[in-house]
Design a protein around this ligand. Structure first.
Ligand SMILES: Cc1cc2nc3c(=O)[nH]c(=O)nc-3n(C[C@H](O)[C@H](O)[C@H](O)COP(=O)(O)O)c2cc1C
Length: 180
């Protein structure tokens, strides 16, 4: 299925017309076939602490160490994240409830850790504390790139997301860096 590309949704040829619901659904379903991990971006905004569940985390560069997350313009976190340090918390298999909490579902209060650059969540599988590096237009999202200032990981199974569902990635399939 062809989808025309445009940097600005307002310039899209279909702008202003009734959205093609089937094409939208099919596009989402096609994207969902790409299995990912699950992360929560945490940071202190002007007046409150934010957290947003994402699966758009990507490693970008080794030198300098850069990572990115794609954040919806419609989310509460979007505007406040601009120019602020943030942490990407990579979730372990037992942290589905935390993923849903920061996707807007009710749940128990999280346990916070005060990081060097930004707040982070206790017990996560890995984390990357970032200082803001750049922000790029990504249509109805913004691509926030951070320079990694601190990071660590623990052992354990990873939380994964595919076809709209959470699943577990056993640790036995991780840790291949030791073999390089
Ligand atoms: C598994 C999963 C992955 C998600 N990935 C993203 C993402 O990459 N970017 C994004 O903006 N929202 C993503 N979301 C949706 C946000 O978590 C959700 O819309 C957000 O928490 C809503 O926050 P708000 O109501 O405070 O604006 C994801 C949700 C889930 C459950």
């Amino acid at each position: 299925m062809m989808i025309s590309k445009s940097r600005n949704p307002a310039e899209h040829p279909a702008a202003g017309r009734t959205p093609d619901a089937r094409s939208h659904h099919h596009f989402r379903g096609s994207l969902g076939r790409f299995a990912t991990g699950v992360a929560i971006v945490t940071f202190d905004g002007a007046t409150k602490r934010h957290g947003i569940t994402v699966n758009s985390f990507t490693s970008v560069s080794m030198e300098p160490p850069l990572v990115l997350v794609s954040i919806a313009r419609s989310s509460k976190a979007h505007d406040e994240l601009a120019g602020r340090p943030f942490t990407v918390n990579i979730l372990g298999a037992e942290q589905r409830q935390l993923a849903m909490l920061f996707a807007g579902r009710p749940g128990p209060d999280p346990v916070w850790v005060e990081g060097r650059m930004a707040p982070r969540l206790s017990g996560v599988l890995a984390y990357f504390e970032c200082r803001p590096w750049a922000a790029y237009d990504g249509g109805d999202h913004t691509l926030y790139v951070g320079e990694v200032a601190d990071f660590d990981y623990r052992s354990g199974d990873a939380l994964a997301f595919a076809n709209g569902s959470f699943t577990t990635l056993p640790e036995s399939q991780l840790g291949m860096e030791d073999l390089l």
